[in-house]
Unconditional design. Sequence first.
Length: 438
Amino acid sequence: MARTTKPLTDTDCRNAKPREKDFSLFDGGGLFLLVKATGSKSWRFKFTKPSGKPGLTAFGDYPALSLSDARAKRDEARAQLASGIDPILHKQQAKLAAAEAAENSFEAVAREWHAKVLRAGKWGEHHAARVLRRLETNLFPTLGRYPIDTLKTATLLHPLRAIEAKGTLSLAEDVTQYVAAIMRHAVQTGRISHNPGQDLRGAIATPKTTHRPALPLERLPELLRRIESSAGPIMSRHAARFAMLTAARESEFMFARWGEFDLTRGIWTIPPERDEIEGVAYSGRGEKMRRERLVYLTRQTLALLHDVRALSSKEEFVFAGRIHGKPISSGTVNRLLRTIGYDTKADICLHGFRTMVISSLNESGLWSRDAIERHVGHDDQDKVRAAYMHKAQYLEERQRMLQWWADYLDANGGEYIAPHDFAEHGGNVVPLHKGKAA
């Protein structure tokens, strides 16, 4: 007759004191509490495997794992044995499955994709950090734990709909692109065979394209006069004039350092990235498309830089701010435009300078589209064409083009001269339009 084991009570478990040697307290059904000489207590389960061999597994430590919870684990193991399942192998397989699921969760794949793109040098550090924040805020809370191979288009849409509902359509558009790219990475790494992110296209409302304002070219003389006669800070006027002469983007000239300028050869080299300067946010930003770009410095630009250098020669930044070691602040040129009477949301903003430059160069009929686009640093949307044009710098044409533009600005210091007229007459032009005093 089998020996009957008196079940343990929680008091038995709690009051069990360590002895010189390890000992066990049996609860029955193969479950016992091992009390170590060190004082630790752990639940063990002794059983016979389906193969007939003896087996022993640990459930966890007491009191973290209570008596009732240990019995539940024992009963679960006994049920597995009744079905011919080895509890030890089952536990190992469950751990492997959990580890594999963690490696193949949406969050794990998304972080892997993010790291891959960052290593490839396609993002700057600040942009990469912004993308990661967006993933952590908008996607991981809802999709993060899902195994990547269980995600369908409808599930992927849930967090995107939430962003759309807030009215932040530009963010929704960007995050939709991230999701498609993450799922494409999952296809490329063999985790899934089809990319459900491809079917997200058109499911989310897209923001309306808003073109940043620029003045009609007929008002160019007015703009130049107002900037020149502004009572604002002189460095603000210099920055506005420099932006007009070069068509540079704000971050490109705002964080420019003197070491980027070869004033002898008349060349400004905008690097893909710049060294970060402690305490100056985003100071590592360089050329927007993250590729080195040359900007020729005309006679007028060099003269302007001579004046700027008299103010900032001891500063790190070319366009130094009022605080030592800091550049002019973001929005400096737009603030100047507002002080001289322009609405930067309706009339003209800094980016509008680039529009006016491109319009004038195109209307002149003198310069190739490639030279113009290369100068302003636009990315060619035709990827095949871009591959061939990448090395084509159009350096000589761009040098002549920039000098023509600077001379054209000088010619418009009084009354308006149309670009094609200036081009046709070589600069010796009688203005066709009477300009109004600004």
